[in-house]
Design a binder for this molecule. Structure first.
Ligand SMILES: Nc1ncnc2c1ncn2[C@@H]1O[C@H](COP(=O)(O)OP(=O)(O)OP(=O)(O)O)[C@@H](O)[C@H]1O
Ligand SMILES: [Mg+2]
Length: 240
């Protein structure tokens, strides 16, 4: 079915879509990365979960001792919880949805968490075709020291059909690849100067306009940026 496409960018008017209408025209090919950037509570995870429905092989990386998002994926969306990549059930259907959640009860468990996630990322890289949901990019990069591996996903993943769906509250503290290697960016309102400098420093298309828009987005409205064709849209969803 042919889909309508988003409006081309215009300096003065960025079209606003309700979420359903946006999802109707949003094209996300396997292998394209998506990044969500916004302060805590802005709605990143809520929107990310909507997009993950589109993919058949999804592995969500759970890094907190307790996480209602991950529990929700397991209980409501029938993701299978595994503690290590080897616990993955055999593939019996043309889809697989996993939450990789290494045990995290004591602070020293971080070392095992690092090993388990590192291993899973390497295995998925070899297999290709997976969508990795990395909701806490800052933690994965800085605490688990997985920056290099994630950078390999961002730079090489596309040709292997690997999509990295990453979220962060701190745009200034995650690799630039999260922006310039992602085809799809979603920003929420942010007034932190350090974060805004990173946004404006993206270079190329519409950087100043994006920065300006980000400072005055309404609640529960995301600014969508397609880094490949420069399309911009505002996505309004939920009750806000
Ligand atoms: N469009 C919306 N309308 C109303 N409530 C929303 C909307 N989007 C998210 N929320 C609510 O706001 C809260 C925070 O949303 P969410 O967890 O998605 O934010 P987040 O950006 O992922 O935050 P964090 O950075 O802390 O993980 C949740 O309780 C969620 O139900
Ligand atoms: Mg979140």
């Amino acid at each position: 079915m042919r889909r309508r496409s988003l409006h081309p960018p215009a300096a003065d008017a960025i079209p606003t879509y309700q979420l359903d209408a946006f999802l109707d025209v949003f094209r996300w090919r396997q292998g394209e990365h998506v990044s969500f950037i916004g302060p805590t509570g802005s709605g990143k995870t809520t929107l990310a979960k909507q997009l993950l429905h589109r993919r058949a092989y999804v592995c969500a990386l759970a890094t907190k001792p307790a996480d209602s998002t991950m529990t929700g994926l397991i209980r409501k969306e029938r993701y299978k919880r595994i503690r290590a990549w080897d616990e993955r059930p055999p593939l019996v259907r043309a889809e697989q949805r996993l939450v990789l959640w290494p045990p995290f009860r004591r602070p020293e468990d971080v070392a095992d968490q690092q090993v388990a996630i590192d291993r899973a990322l390497r295995e998925m890289f070899v297999a290709g075709g997976w969508t990795v949901f990395a909701d806490e990019l800052y933690y994965l990069c800085h605490t688990l020291k997985l920056t290099k591996l994630l950078e390999t996903y961002w730079t090489q993943g596309r040709s292997l059909g690997l999509s990295l769906v990453g979220g962060t509250q701190r745009p200034a503290h995650v690799p630039l690849f999260a922006y310039d290697q992602a085809t799809h960016l979603f920003f929420w309102r942010d007034n932190d100067e350090t974060n805004l400098r990173r946004v404006a420093g993206l270079g190329g298309m519409s950087a100043a306009q994006i920065r300006d828009e980000v400072t005055r987005l309404p609640k529960h409205t995301a600014l969508y940026v397609n880094t490949r064709d420069g399309q911009l849209a505002k996505v309004k969803y939920g009750r806000g």
